[in-house]
Every structure is written in structure tokens, then in C-alpha cells.
Design a protein around this ligand. Sequence first.
Ligand code: ATP
Length: 314
Amino acid sequence: MGSSPAVEIRGLRKEYGDTVAVDGLDLVVPRGATYALLGPNGSGKTTTIRTLLRIQEPDAGEVRVLGEKPGPGVRDRIGYLPEERGLYPRMKVREVLTFLAELKGMAPRDSRPRIDGWLDRVDLSERADDRVQTLSKGMQQKLQFVAAVVHEPELVILDEPFSGLDPINQQALREIVAEIRRSERTILFSTHIIEHAERLCDHVCILSHGRAVVEGEVGRVKREHGGRHVGLTLDPWTPEAVAAVRAAPEVARVHQDGHAIELSLADGADPRALLARLVQGGVGLIRFEVVEPSLHQVFIERVGSRPIEEGALV
Ligand code: ATP
């Protein structure tokens, strides 16, 4: 049992009327992985996650969670942050956490020190005796995150955990996720923001229209998409030099981040031909290297559109 994957999904399908939300999805989350379900709005992330909690029954396919069928048998071993937040608004912060921990089998005398530790960690200690409804949206989200992890579940499932948090709290949450990762527990989180997946996950499933277009270990995913990406830095940086890069026939797409440029090569294009063209064209280069693609580039290549706020595509 211990050697079974944390999550295994085979041929999952879920329809709502005429909408196919999940369309034959296969994925495996190994034990100890930090796994990102990455996809644009409506790609099927929440539907997939809900089948793991048995909030929704699939129309077809097999789902295993911690080696078992989803259901009451595994529920206490999972921590879940749902996409739609909502805790008992009239209960007090510490009270609601104590209550939820008790539902997961923890006696109040055991949960109390952990709850206080977590409240301190997410900067909510001073609000411990306030009612939930008096907290801001972001604070309520942090509280609900604590509710998902306080019983130290083997598998933590977070549906869009970063949405609604300011940059400082996003960073704090990333650090907490990294800590949970070091404790060798399994984390599955959904996001439409590539940067969060890029910084955190070691495994990824890129979803598009309910299908996995990419699935597996991040290093392998990048290697499989490698050889077709070039990183370069211009010096001097001029609009003419950028225009020359963009106009080169070897270049399919350009992603610019400040003065650094990452580009995807056109099918069959040779990076040496591009280098020669730029040098002959008088473009000043202080860096030109064939690089592993970022998840961003893999995403753009496989999903084909710009899904996110971060990162400027030019
Ligand atoms: P988001 O990033 O916007 O949360 P998502 O990737 O989580 O999106 P889902 O919520 O799984 O996507 O939705 C997938 C598709 O299924 C969408 O087309 C959505 O409209 C549809 N859908 C989801 N839930 C329902 C429902 N209860 N009834 C009808 N259609 C639904």
C-alpha cells in the first residue's frame, strides 16, 4: 500500500450536459511529489480534484487515492483547500480550527499547540478570538489553508491556493508549501499561473480542454521539449536589435523578460544559423545559449495561448 502512488487517475471522464469537463485524463502523482495541475480557466482542474474527494462521481475512469477508492476510508489522510472558500462565519478563528481538527480525529488538547503554531506562522495569532466573518478574504483563505494542513495529512490537495493572496502572502504560502514538500508529504495543487508551478512543483500536468497535454516529472518534460529554445542577452539593447531577433526566420516565438530574451525556434531551424544571422546583422550579443525551456514555454508550445498575468509575450 505504501508503494502505491498518492494519486492515480486512468481514463477519467466527466461531462456536464454538452460540456466535456474532463476528457480521458491519465495522471500519476507519486508519493512525496509536489504536483501542479496547470491549466487555463475551464480546463478541468477543479472537476478533476473533486473526483479525488468523491465530491463528484466520474462518468468513466478509475481513480485511486493513497491506494484506495476515494471515500470515507481515506478522507482523514487528506487535507483539502476547496476553490470556493467558506468556513463557519460566526465561529471564532481558533474555535473553527479546533472543530475541524476534531472532525479529522484530533483531540483539542493535541490540536491546540499546532493550531497556535500555525496561526502564528500565517500571521493570524492576533485574530484567534475574532469571528471568521470579521477577517478579510485573504485572511480567511489563510485560515482555510491552515484547516487543510493542521492534522498533518499524507496528501494535501489545494485548489487554486494562491488566488486572492497579496504578493507577500503568496510568497509566505510558497515557503510553507516548500516546507511541506521537505517533510516528504505529497502536495497536489491547481493553478492557472505558470510562475507558481514553475517555482514549486517537481511534477506537472498541463491541462487543456480536459486533457493532459503534458504529464510527468518536470525535468523530463523540459528535456522532451529541449533543443528548440535559445536564451540571449542583447548589449547594447535597442528596439532595432529586438526587431531583428523577432524577424529572423529561425524564430517562432519570443518571450522577453527585461533585457533577457528567450525564444522558441521554428520547426527544423538550426540555432547556429540564427546566431550567424544575428552576428552578421550587427546585433550585439553578450549571451546566446541553447537552453531548457521554461514551463511557460512548454505551456505556450502545447496549449498555444497566453493563459496568465505574469510574463510579457512580445
Ligand atoms: P478555473 O480555473 O476557472 O477554476 P477549472 O480548470 O477548474 O477552471 P472546471 O471548474 O473543472 O475548470 O470546469 C471545467 C468545465 O466544466 C468548464 O467548461 C465548466 O464550465 C464546466 N463545469 C464545471 N462544473 C460544472 C457544473 N457544476 N455544471 C456545469 N458545468 C460545469
